[in-house]
Ligand binder design. Sequence first.
Ligand code: PMT
Length: 407
Amino acid sequence: MLEGKHIILGVTAGIAAYKSTLLVREFVRAGAHVQVVMTPAAAQFVTPLTFATLSRREVILDMFPPPDQPATQWTKHIELALWGDAMVIAPATANTIAKIVCGMADNFLTSLVLALRCPLLVAPSMDVDMYRNDVTQQNIARLRERGITVIEPEAGELASGLVGPGRLPEPPAIVDAVRDVLAGVRSDLQDRRILVTAGPTHEPIDPVRFIGNRSSGKMGFALAAAAARRGATVTLIAGPVVLPTPPRVRRIDVVTAREMHDAVLREFDGTEVLIMAAAVADFAPSSVAAEKIKREKVAGGIWTIDCVTNPDILRSLGERKTHQIMIGFALETSDELAHARQKLTGKRLDLIVMNNPKVPGAGFGSDTNVVTLLSADGAAVEIPRKAKADVANDILDRVVRLLGASV
Ligand code: PMT
């Protein structure tokens, strides 16, 4: 989605400007061309040289050239406005937001915004009281009324030491918001109740060891984040992973397959759509040793662990489902389609997402996936390698259609 796209990154004078340097890297890694535009005051926080080095382009700071430099064309802001496929201002201060609302053009960035033809996203970031101030809230509401996408700040500890909303979201969340805008994604899952599972499960052997797998949680977290951005009420049941909770997502952490089973079961009745992206361990040790198992105590150099099968979460819910739409994943390395189809029917699913970890860029850990979507009517649609955020949106497009068909 971002490959070859022209992204204008506006940086204004907030402490979170340091995070925008990482944002440039994320865009560049995704194949986009990035033009950074800073307000003069933003240069008090991060030097233009840092952004120029990361974006490999000269940063635009001033409307007018310095007195000792030759005058350049006056229409630069207009040309850049035509060049951009999307512009995102991150961080956006209360001051710049107010100027945009009033239509002011007193620096290069605000002049550019007035001339812009492409979509604009604004990520407000400031201290909690400035953010909660009535004027700021009214201004943000007016941005939305004008069709500008507002990327909501996160709540947490702020630079002042105060706690509350105002933190700039992490760069991947901002990149995903730009992706959605470019893909024309709308709030088509407004208030739909979606339950997503993500990550591995760990089955303890003793106090220090476990049986697990290589799932990072990225696929499931991308689904939860994308569903929340599309307006859904999302609960994410996460195995042991180190990923931050996506904005506006309720998260329940679990460790073992049995804990995941119990958590999914508790949430299932109030759910409209279940998406099981978790890599649930099929086996768990039949007993957990109270103390660390010592190698000296293992006879003959061979250690055998007796295992029992874990509950098959999807299968047990397939038997109990009433109105729910159920989507599973299939992780297959051979005879992929046949195995995935067996799971689709055996677990009474509406859709299964097949991926093969042997395919480059697919499966565990990577930021991309390569999947085939298999529907209950037998249709199979191959989706070439894409960012997991984009795969998530493709799956959610199917969810929208399935929800439409079920009313
Ligand atoms: O987390 P990442 O690093 O981003 O990697 C993503 C992923 C590879 C983990 C993901 O894309 C994926 O394929 N998830 C499903 C992995 C898996 O367990 O596949 P399976 O074919 O073994 O299981 C089929 C389905 O049954 C899955 O939806 C699974 O969640 C579910 N299941 C499996 C076992 C079990 N005991 N209960 C279940 O409900």
